[in-house]
Design a protein around this ligand. Structure first.
Ligand code: MOS
Length: 750
């Protein structure tokens, strides 16, 4: 990474936590950061996917004769002539998906790959793709949830790992004892992730047994494994490189069909091939958030003590594969309640397989739970914040473990104070400002703090630069920057002495950048590698008779500005030895330390989650019923903040999507054809700048000695959680109208 900004910190102050600019910012804004589709590869050919016009049935005839006549065409692959792939129909584990790789005539969803045009230019490939003609034997697709009822079943898991059903105490008895009850159903729509950068791959074969893939992905090691499986190769024969990724949000988490199709095209033509999805294709080929129907029953005594909670979720999956949106998981642990039942069920529809979408489960689930809590508060005539505080869970009631740390009370207090919640008149439809009804609402935010095993290597080079490498990815979140901060801090060197590299499967293995776990997982490995290098340098110095630090005990030494120094009072005063000198005298070309960093063992004894509080104000136009969010104040307790600037940006980004979730985003599926009608950014509405007010984010300082070595909880997803409920609650407060079906478009308030 070049272009590191000078260390803005005082000498000796910690770099971790400082809100320094992204190290890749200049490269990105000047267009020098090379994204996957931009990697220059000689003699490259271009592939364009042809997609089906029906959702269910078979291809009875496919005619490529006109397409083949287009100049520059190198290959037209269909199920009739595509090479058979040994692992095409394998699914590996809970985050993997079944792919559609031209291996059969079967159509499983609308806009599925049915052919691949490969040509010497993108224009030729696109022209050829347009000329492919297919005929089908069509079966009417099942698209609507209501049509799919009879397929209802219990999935293997909720999300990748959780039990689909949970039971604590006796919900029916709790409900009978309750003096206030809520019994309601909420629905959330399909959504598409729409990162700015479309999915893109370049595949380059070296002979028939080895290949390199440049790919826009959240998980290079997952892509390596998938491509290796599909082609029947050992994983070490596949190298995946991903230096910059323009957003992921979950849709770049699992490897999808286009990656293997790109490699297939390269294999078939003997040329390197580039394949970039169009925006329209991203509405069928890379997953979506599924629809949910969530039935909530809550019961409380007169003082607001929760006596029973029931949360039953139905979401949709494809007919051929399984993904379950785990929307009830937070209901198991968010409030102290003795009687809790949750369940997740799926129905099968003829749509693409859904997938992880920012805070999968918690973002759709907190809409239901945190709306229902607001409805219960209204039933009780109680302030909704007081109701939440009344039922505060001081340990995890689901796992029956203490929290590793929890600052939710401080989040409630600080955000409420800054928002001015105390002055709120509880009555709905009480405040009018000109043409607008004004309302405020709040909700709790929550997201699990995960850590997976990760590895990293730190290497001191003769020029004094410390090269740190870990597979990993930077999906726009700031991975390059925080890893550099972590390594520089651990080694006591300024930022510009560290060069952090990622995005290459030849580097040590790390987990997927999903589930908000990169900082915790890869960050812990980077820290250990840097500390390991420090210890290695100290070990060399104290054993070296030529070192001014010779024969000092190792624990008497510290690092400062690229030197080893004796701690105060230890050894000859002012004795130092520089890293570079230690390396030079060792006679080695470099000193390197590679570490494996497992999940922190102490985590098992604790429940690890981040929490927050979302407060919003809305103005609802009395004539048009348009809802505008006019103010957001949010507070989060997410452990150690590694970079105040990139963290704030992550949290704001989540909140912005929360606003889109509440008011704008909605993939409309055509019930007759199973085709996404909203297939571009004109029809699929996301918030624009004018939709977003000032967002005031409070990061509550939080120490956590158990969650991982860094004490960082992960912040990529918690920001979105609860925002949609806070807005729906504010709309109720403004208008007296309760909308339980997202998004809250004006027609639902007429
Ligand atoms: Mo995130 S939806 O876990 O990429």
């Amino acid at each position: 990474m070049s272009g590191a900004r000078a260390n803005p910190q005082q000498k000796g102050a910690s770099l971790v936590g400082a809100g320094i600019d992204r190290l890749d910012a200049r490269l990105k804004v000047t267009g020098k950061a090379e994204y996957s589709a931009e990697v220059p590869v000689a003699n490259i050919a271009h592939a364009v996917i042809v997609t089906s016009a029906i959702a269910r049935g078979r291809v009875t005839r496919i005619d490529t004769s006109d397409a083949e006549a287009v100049p520059g065409v190198l290959a037209l692959l269909t199920h009739e002539n595509a090479p058979k792939l040994p692992g095409a129909t394998r699914r590996e584990g809970p985050i993997d998906r079944l792919l559609q790789l031209l291996q059969s005539d079967e159509i499983l969803y609308n806009a599925q790959p049915i052919a691949l045009a490969v040509a010497d230019s993108l224009e030729h490939a696109r022209a050829a793709a347009d000329l492919v003609r297919a005929e089908y034997a069509e079966t009417a697709p099942v698209v609507e949830l209501a049509q799919a009822r009879d397929s209802l079943y219990v999935p293997k898991t909720a999300g990748p790992r959780a039990e689909p059903t949970s039971e604590r105490g006796d919900v029916e008895r709790g409900l009978r004892a309750a003096s206030a009850r809520v019994d309601v159903t909420y629905t959330t729509p399909s959504q598409h992730h729409n990162p700015m950068e479309p999915h893109a791959s370049i595949a380059v074969w070296q002979g028939n047994e080895r290949l390199t893939v440049y790919d826009a992905t959240q998980g290079i090691f997952g892509v390596r494994k998938k491509v290796a499986t599909v082609f029947g190769l050992p994983p070490e024969n596949v190298r995946v490189i991903s230096h910059y990724v323009g957003g992921g949000f979950g849709c770049k988490g699992s490897p999808w069909s286009h990656i293997a199709l790109c490699a297939l095209a390269a294999r078939a033509t003997g040329r390197p091939v580039k394949l970039v999805l169009t925006r329209q294709q991203m509405f069928s080929l890379v997953g979506n958030r599924p629809r949910t129907e969530q039935h909530l029953e809550l019961g409380a005594d007169r003082q607001g003590k929760l006596l029973a909670m029931r949360h039953d979720v139905v979401s949709d999956t494809s007919r051929f594969d399984e993904f379950s949106e785990p929307s009830a998981l937070q209901t198991r642990m968010l409030y102290a309640c003795d009687n809790v039942h949750t369940s997740h069920r799926l129905v099968r529809v003829d749509l693409p397989t859904p997938t992880f979408t920012r805070a999968p489960g918690e973002s759709s689930g907190t809409f239901a739970l945190e709306s229902a809590i607001d409805e219960l508060a209204h039933e009780l005539g109680m302030d909704p914040l007081s109701l939440r505080v009344k039922n505060y869970a001081s340990r995890d009631p689901d796992e029956n473990k203490p929290w590793s740390s929890k600052s939710l009370m401080a989040c409630y207090e600080q955000a409420a104070a800054r928002f001015g919640w105390k002055e709120r008149d509880q009555a709905p439809r009480a405040t009018r400002r000109g043409r607008h009804w004004i309302g405020s609402g709040m909700a709790t935010a929550t997201y699990p703090s995960r850590q997976s095993a990760a590895s990293a290597i730190a290497r001191l080079r003769p020029d004094g630069v410390i090269l740190v490498q870990a597979g990993s990815q930077d999906i726009g979140t700031g991975t390059y920057t925080i890893m550099t901060q972590i390594a520089a801090d651990a080694l006591g060197v300024p930022l510009e002495r560290v060069r952090f590299e990622l995005g290459d499967t030849t580097f040590p293995e790390t987990p997927i950048s999903g589930g908000s776990q990169t900082a915790a997982s890869t960050g812990s490995a980077v820290r250990r590698a840097a500390l390991g290098l420090r210890d290695a340098l100290i070990g060399l110095a104290v054993k070296d008779p030529r070192s001014p630090l010779r024969e000092l005990p190792a624990d008497a030494l510290d690092v400062r500005d690229g030197n080893l120094v004796a701690r105060d009072g230890a050894g000859p005063s002012g004795a130092t030895d520089s890293f570079v000198e230690v390396l030079r005298r060792s006679g080695k070309p470099e000193i390197s330390v590679r570490v494996d960093s497992p999940e922190k063992p102490e985590r098992k004894q604790y429940s690890t989650h981040a929490f927050g509080a979302q407060f919003v104000e809305v103005a609802v136009d009395d004539l048009t019923r348009e809802v505008r969010v006019t103010r957001v104040v949010s507070a989060f307790g997410a452990g150690k903040i590694l970079n105040a600037k990139t963290a704030r940006s992550q949290l704001i980004g989540g909140i912005v999507w929360g606003i889109g979730f509440a008011l704008h985003e909605h993939t409309a599926w055509d019930a007759r054809t199973g085709r996404a009608v909203t297939r571009d950014l004109a029809d699929y509405h996301v918030p624009v700048h004018a939709d977003i007010p000032d967002i005031d984010v409070i990061m509550v300082p939080e120490e956590d000695a158990f969650v991982n070595d860094l004490g960082a909880k992960g912040i990529g997803e918690i920001g979105i959680t609860g925002v949609n409920a806070a807005i729906a609650n504010a709309v109720f407060h403004a208008t007296g109208q309760r909308v339980r079906d997202l998004p809250i478009t004006p027609d639902k308030l007429l």
